[in-house]
Write a protein that binds this ligand. Sequence first.
Ligand SMILES: Cc1ncc(COP(=O)(O)O)c(C=O)c1O
Length: 446
Amino acid sequence: MEKNQPNTANHGLNMSHYWMPFTANKQFKTSPRMLVSAEGMHYTDIDGNSVLDATAGLWCCNAGHGRSEISEAVSKQIHDMDYAPSFQLGHPLAFELADKLCQLSPAGLDHVFFTNSGSESVDTALKMALAYHRANGQSTRTRFIGRELGYHGVGFGGISVGGIGNNRKTFSQQLLQGIDHLPHTLDITNNAFSRDLPPHGIEKAEILEQLITLHGAENIAAVIVEPMSGSAGVILPPAGYLARLREITQKHGILLIFDEVITAFGRVGEAFASQRWNVTPDIITAAKAINNGAIPMGAVFVSNTIHDTCMDAPEGMIEFFHGYTYSGHPVAAASALATLAIYENEQLFARAKSLESYFEQAVHSLKGLPNVIDIRNTGLVGGIQFSPSDKGVGKRGYGIFDHCFRHGTLVRATGDIIALSPPLIVEKSHIDQMVNSLADAIVAVG
Ligand SMILES: Cc1ncc(COP(=O)(O)O)c(C=O)c1O
């Protein structure tokens, strides 16, 4: 297309200048999917069609869309004080929010550092792990252990500990040094169509002992995993696996980081997945649903030991040389406080738990449809995996996603896996609609 020539097929928009993230740009621009408004469980697209949101945006909008409590809080805050510098100055809302968040976080993780995204939360957590060991007199502990298929955002730290090939390959010569990976826990041969945590695979945690023998515990700073991998396609921890990782890390003085960017704030029926699976790490990363996706914001929760050790610097010295212009941004903080109030007033985490078995039945009803090779679920998360089509890996998943969208339901495709993660305000009738829409798409796409 000529520069600055609007493509009239696209509602008069010039599509050429925006380089879209994690998107097949050329394909999208010939056949866009454009959203213009949102309310409750639905988006409206640019042609006026209603689209049921089966993905809470991008795992963000747990309280549903168009929440006036949030928009009013944002509007008031931007009017009262649009911005406050975050270094050597504070504002009350950031402290109030930290206080509220630490009432929700697992006991012992009573300190929070604010970021603007999941990627920044991850990089912050990795830096905190290094800072802690150094302050603790163990500065040889610099290695990190991630996991295959892990997704920890797109910063250099995050892609280095992450385990998704496509996100790493282009940058492979410049990834952080001193990283190793645990094997992933996806095992369709033994665990296909399990409900909630799969029974097989706890032994994969034992590989950590091998990596520790190989590298030396005294050289390892932290292990980072998602308690449940969302982005790689809803990969669940085998029963007992997370607890075993905790035992091994604790035994060797290695920090355990849970990346809860998608699981925090009710997705699995508790405030944090750590609470659902009763395993407390040393650091938790969060973002997304912290403020219903309204304003970019992330958070890192740290143990009292890490915090107190890092604070042990001479009076008047900055203790941690790290932070963002927008850490604890007043408008983001206002939106988060309003969001947490909704979660509490409407008991949305408990609601997710109460709908879980209905949701589980519904997604597992897709078993037996063409090319469905596995279905996984926990909380209000479902993953349906398909065999790849002859046209190539990911084509079937994309086809199903696109068909669902064009027929009024937003699902998420990762390769040949479709993920469902509806807002926690979802009704049973919406769950039925999601599953029916998926069933139609699965048959139509073939
Ligand atoms: C587990 C996990 N960590 C980190 C991120 C990165 O978050 P962001 O896209 O906000 O940087 C994501 C995003 O989906 C995620 O799922």
